[in-house]
Design a protein around this ligand. Sequence first.
Ligand code: ATR
Length: 502
Amino acid sequence: MSRICLCLTGRTLTQDLEILDKNRKYVDIAELRVDCLDPDEHFQIRRFPEQAGIPVILTIRRDMDGGFYHSGEGSRITLFSKALAFAEADRRKNFAFVDMEEDLNVPSLEEAARTFGTRIIRSCHNREGIGDDLVKKLKSLRHVGDEIPKIALTPRSMADVVQVYRAAGEAMDFDKILLCMGHYGINTRILAEQMGSYLSYTSATDEPEIPQAAPGHISPRNLAEVYRFREITPKTRIFGITGYPLKATSSPVFFNKVFTEEHIDAVYVPFPSDSPEAFLELAAELKLAGASVTVPYKERIISHLTAMANEVKALGACNTIIPYTSGWIGYNTDAGGFSDSLLQFIDRKNLRGCRITIIGAGGAARAVASEVYRLRGKALILNRTTVRAKELALPYHFSWGCTDNQGAVMMEKFSDIIIQTTPVGMEGDIDGDPMPEFKFYGREKVMDLIYKPERTPFLKRAMAAGCSVLNGYDMFLSQARYQYRYFMGREFPSQLISRIQF
Ligand code: ATR
């Protein structure tokens, strides 16, 4: 079973122990990052394993490997010797592991470690992609049988991540640590058990003053509670979400809470990908049981489906895929989620007599436009690229224009309801306003499909003018409930919704 390791990167040992205590119930192993400590603390590190009370990895990471130690190799080796010296017969008082980089060849240190039961992690850090044949590399890192080879690499793309999973599958017969750092690699940290990785590193990401030990770390609490890391087994069904950059999604929290509440042996994992094709390769490799597809792949994914529901054909956008014969079947739950949420907001059963502006003409706007048409509303579609607005508007006999001054004038006649569908104003772009030229009167009902942040600058302007506003959270919940139906093959248990609000 894979273990959760907390990397301790405080400036003092006292601080490290405090952080460990706060996270103790989620953590199996601690890694003492000696390179992060103030030099005065170096004299005390020998006693740390006893104080920690759980197995501890001794690591002194050089800056060239992504660490903070820059006092030279001689002094680093001296530090290693001090930490491994005076070994106690009671092994719990010694470091349980020592991380030695592949080029650190000091036989006396290795001997000291082996004599007193300190297991050697033989590590290699590659910040420029995959490099060598990974399986061969893992095997060659081990000098003797019980050493744990570790490769931590920074993938350049999702295609690299796919190769890492394949290599992991071919190296299941010995202990190893294999992981991808950075944004693309987050799923390798959650699925360490599937990869046969001995442990998964985490950082106390909720401590603002503590440096994160490596890019892409999540907190031990998140790993243990949200992703239920300790319950993941090779039999656990894997679901996930792909998109890019995939920074503002609540789907993992939602689905993992549902799985927890319902005692379903499944995990829902983020798979940020630079291409839908590479994601599908990984999905096949991991035998995903279903996935959500989000910005900007809702259209591009369609050409890879072996079958699709009518709404996907009609909308030209797909946000849910399920394995089907030798490929994938696609559905769209945005449309139903959107109209449930809008009709509740305006407290009506249809849009007859309503004049509506839709901002944006991408995948999300397609679902919105088709629902507005179905519900008998009349709309104006405004988009940065006017030709896309026109293409979307024509089949529904809607008006179209550009998100500029002229568009703002056109909006005046379509302002009973305004629906913002672009990613402008999303987390990471919190100053963005897709339609700065339009001045709200205060009588418009305004819906923004974004829910992170809770209020985009566009919604804030609308509120300041006195408009009633709604963000995309209700739509998110509603479409996720429809997705659940496809993932699980049964209705979403509605009594659950009050227990999983977040
Ligand atoms: P999705 O399929 O998830 O809707 P998409 O197809 O990439 O994603 O569409 C995103 C929408 O947001 C489009 O209407 C896009 O405008 P363009 O058609 O001109 O690309 C719009 N959009 C994205 N970024 C934008 C920005 N910075 N300013 C204005 N509009 C933007």
